[in-house]
Write a protein that binds this ligand. Sequence first.
Ligand SMILES: Cc1cc2nc3c(=O)[nH]c(=O)nc-3n(C[C@H](O)[C@H](O)[C@H](O)COP(=O)(O)OP(=O)(O)OC[C@H]3O[C@@H](n4cnc5c(N)ncnc54)[C@H](O)[C@@H]3O)c2cc1C
Length: 436
Amino acid sequence: MSAADQRRACAKLKHVLVERPRRSNGPDQQVAGTGASRRTALRPHNDPGNTVDLNWSDSEERFRSEVRAWLAANVPTEPLPSGDSREGFAAHIEWEKKLFAAGYAAVSWPEEYGGRGSSLWEWLIFEEEYYRANAPNRVTQNGIFLLAPTLFEYGTDEQKRRILKPMAAAEVTWAQGWSEPNSGSDLASLQSRAVRVDGGWRLSGQKTWCTRGSFCDMVFGLFRSDPDAQRHSGLTYFMVPLDAEGVTVRAVERLDGDEGFAEVFFEDVFVPDTDIIGEVNNGWKVAMATASSERGLSLRSPGRFMATATRLIDLYRRSGCSDARIRDEVIRAWMDAQAYNITTLQTVTRMLDGQTITAESSLTKIFWSDMDVRTHKTALDILALSGELDEEAPAADSGGAWLKGYQFALAGPIYAGTNEIQRNVVATRVLGLPRK
Ligand SMILES: Cc1cc2nc3c(=O)[nH]c(=O)nc-3n(C[C@H](O)[C@H](O)[C@H](O)COP(=O)(O)OP(=O)(O)OC[C@H]3O[C@@H](n4cnc5c(N)ncnc54)[C@H](O)[C@@H]3O)c2cc1C
């Protein structure tokens, strides 16, 4: 189906996808932290006949063309080495600096923080084009996609001024320090502690599974600041330099040889009050804002899955495969990616309408992570035995990207909170079912 056909098919959906919009009164209004404007006509907007218009405006199409042209001229022709290796991380940072210099590192952020002041719609367009162009993975993602939305919501003006621009510029990189050896799914059981001292806090304990922690400059994490409070109440959200006195970072090698993870040890590490996000002992609430970004909109934009589904169709056509089951799976992959895209348009519409997306992001996370596994599994089914060739095998299709992608997709139902836990959240907080 051509892009125009897709748009026409989508435009036929009525009443289903978007709630009746509340009328916007008065002039465009800035939506905090997104660089987006509230529009008198929402996208997708309802016309008086209540149809959904999913067409982009002329200026949005112009933006798409600019982004497409820039990416075509600048995306490295040879894939960079894995961003989870030291050498690959450095190469990715060089790429991200280039992205920043061109104004594309964080398009929806306000310009004063290193963004472009684009709308959330333009961010979605940018993401679509980025993945379509097969541009390098963003190794800055823990900062730009997880910590930054949290800072926009809970950070002080001083923190935003100090932290966001170097983050966008890939000058300061961030790891996420939540999991501990005995606290993964049950994060609120975490034991790392923070003790009050003059002008700040002393942190002790251990974090684990910190993605790219061996290469990053900073970590954000939760620490128990009131051991006597109820589990969720006594936690505080800190930001800590990974080269601070008392911090030890130990790389954890993965089965594929990359140092993708790190353990981080804290021994009496001093952190000033100015490096707390939100209020002392209110870290759980702040962390849930980060989790919502991780599971929902910002970490996994639909462009990523639409590009994968398009590549799957291309692979299917090239393969000459005639297995009806596989053909159905290919079609399903494409439809799922479209469904995720349309649901995201609905989510953005709601956000621009002033609504906050909370527990529903768990539904989103289950959907994209399961979809990613299925899509890659279908590709491996098409490739049959040759799907087992890795990136070093000259005959591997797409440089072994399907196998590598499948291996990473398998982690999707685990990171950002396992899917079993997300199902519990959906049951209790979205559907309102009893715990027992
Ligand atoms: C690729 C990847 C990147 C990661 N990056 C980071 C990072 O940067 N920073 C960070 O802090 N962490 C990171 N993690 C860790 C991740 O957050 C944890 O692995 C995850 O929260 C699960 O915790 P766990 O591994 O301790 O498993 P456990 O919590 O021990 O769970 C084991 C199994 O039991 C199930 N289970 C547990 N409790 C329940 C329950 N109540 N109901 C039903 N089932 C349950 C789980 O679903 C899971 O299947 C990453 C993980 C992966 C795979």
